[in-house]
Design a protein around this ligand. Structure first.
Ligand code: NAP
Length: 302
């Protein structure tokens, strides 16, 4: 059997269409959703992520402004920019592109960002709200994974989801989302890591398998069952002399082998990656919608 290929580019395009309509509705109420991006230094990967975010924002009608600081900028200078964006009502979302240069503590910058404008959902207050099942911005990559599943007809409710990787960026927040007692979640979750014994015995039990390890092609065909839906979050560079840049991108799964075995699988690139940017745009739109709703509440009480 050949697996169904779940393309993030397609699912993402559908969601961006919906976002465009929501942005139009906000603009009709005089609110232009805006994202402030802080880029420190000129790391090529960070520059390319910021470019993709700016392009995505423009595509759905979100205003975007990138504030560029030199790699030598002090922590205080970065904090001052974040505080200025916090205080500026024009911006609904703030994103500080990580990683930051080594002399700047990312935690301090994240904690200085207003939780209401924290569109990456990294602020400890939002992490706590997520775990408690309270309303909060959802972290972009885990939310992208959930949307890929739900929008392609694979509701995680009642399923055994095995997540390989327990990072604060992907594995842990994804587990926190999927264990909630609500539609689009309500799964039984197993979280695996390097301390997990006999990983293959666990991954073979998965109805849904999420690979987020940063290990090229670590999930092999003998580690999955035929009915499994596989979401590959991994993005790894491997040398390829035939490629123009001398490398190409592969996921954490052996895609070619797994696609002959499993029910469905996401490719790399073109799988979870585009969804991550789209979920960021969604968080900006939702932050702007909260401002509109608060305005309505103010009018009611005036
Ligand atoms: P990370 O911080 O390095 O975490 C990797 C996790 O995988 C750790 O929990 C580690 O376990 C676990 N792990 C590593 N090797 C393992 C193995 N052989 N067996 C079981 N568990 C193993 O990585 P991350 O930031 O979560 O990113 C993971 C991958 O996703 C990377 O390739 C990254 O580039 C990609 N990514 C993609 C997107 C996107 O938008 N598509 C977004 C974010 C990340 P320990 O905790 O025990 O060390």
């Amino acid at each position: 059997m050949t697996a169904r290929i779940l393309r993030g580019t397609e699912t993402s395009a559908l969601i961006r269409d919906e976002l465009r309509d929501r942005v139009t509705a906000l603009r009709e109420h005089g609110i232009v959703p805006a994202l402030g991006v802080v880029l420190v230094g000129e790391d090529p990967a960070s520059v390319s992520y910021v470019t993709a975010k700016a392009k995505g924002a423009a595509e759905v009608g979100i205003d975007e402004e990138t504030i560029r600081l030199p790699a030598a900028a002090s922590e205080l200078e970065v904090l001052q920019v974040v505080r200025r964006l916090n205080a500026d009502p024009r911006f609904h979302g703030i994103l500080v592109q990580l990683p930051l240069p080594g002399h700047i503590k990312s935690e301090r910058i994240i904690e200085a960002t207003s939780p209401e404008k924290d569109v990456d959902a990294f602020h400890p207050i939002n992490v706590g709200r997520l775990l408690r099942g309270e309303p909060c911005p959802l972290p972009c990559t885990p939310h992208g994974v959930v949307q890929m599943l739900v929008r392609n007809g694979y509701d995680p409710g009642g399923r055994h989801v095995v997540i390989c990787g327990r990072s604060n960026l992907v594995g842990k927040p994804l587990a926190a989302m999927l264990i909630q007692k609500r539609p689009g979640a309500n799964a039984t979750v197993t979280l695996c890591h390097t301390g997990t014994r006999n990983l293959a015995a666990i991954t073979r039990q998965a109805d849904i398998l999420v690979a987020a390890m940063g290990r090229p092609r670590a999930i092999t065909a003998d580690m999955v069952s035929s009915g499994t839906v596989v979401i590959d979050v991994g993005v790894n560079r491997i040398p390829d002399a035939a490629a123009p840049k001398g490398f190409r991108l592969v996921g954490d799964c052996n895609f070619e082998a797994l696609k002959e075995t499993v029910e469905a699988i996401t490719p790399v690139p073109g799988g979870v990656g585009p969804m991550t940017v789209t979920m960021l745009l969604l968080n900006v739109v939702e932050a702007a919608e909260r401002v509109l709703a608060a305005r309505g509440e103010e009018r009611k009480t005036a």
